[in-house]
Design a protein around this ligand. Sequence first.
Ligand SMILES: [Zn+2]
Length: 264
Amino acid sequence: MIFWESFFIFLIGLILGSFLNVVIYRLPQGKSLIFPASHCPKCETPLRWYHNIPLLSFLFLKGRCAYCKASISWQYPLVEFLSGLLLVLLYLKFKPHYGVIVFSFFAFFGLNLLCLSFIDLFHKEIPDSLSFSLIFSGWILALLSKNPLSLSFLESLLSSFAGIGLLFFINELYYLLAKRDGLGMGDFKLMGGLGAYLGYKSFFNVLFFASLIGVVCFILMRIYQKLSREDLETSEDLLKKEIPFGPFLSIAGLIYLFYPQSLL
Ligand SMILES: [Zn+2]
């Protein structure tokens, strides 16, 4: 029973992931999310419905456009799969104990983080519409029902401002030491969204895991460059590159959501 339920939720996740791909592609360009219908970004031929089936179309088209054979980005199946997986995990965690409304809010939370992580990765920015909707929906959840992290509305409200303030403060500190910004405005607002959903008690864990994942990624990038003998950048150069922090914050937020044990 729970298998088929999960399978059904996974399929819904795939479909939502397919929509997230559209958002990831169009939102930063300020294009409409609904019109025109999906088309190949290269040859602009509108896609048939069977070119648009999550995961499966990518497989049977062997990752190429059916018309011009341009290769389709790995981002499409990856976002669809992650979206399906995330929705199932959230469903199993929240639906049985807290009901469908709380699950829906956390589904919005998780998929929003997935979406803004990819936009941050590609465009080095987090759209306000995503971070603000995270903050407001977090407040509404705390107002409507008992938050699984037992956050009151006031706590949710204050935590979101505390999150924004905390990253602003860290960035100022970094600026004093390094003479440049380490974080962006988008990161501040994202931390506000995490605060609204997870509360200020999550901040230590979130920053700890986000930094840890950041350091691991940094080391992996170095190893990759060494192995592929790309013209080696010094660590200094690599650090000066704008490394998006949004994906790290998002992953850390999700880790806390599933394991809300404070490290402190
Ligand atoms: Zn094409």
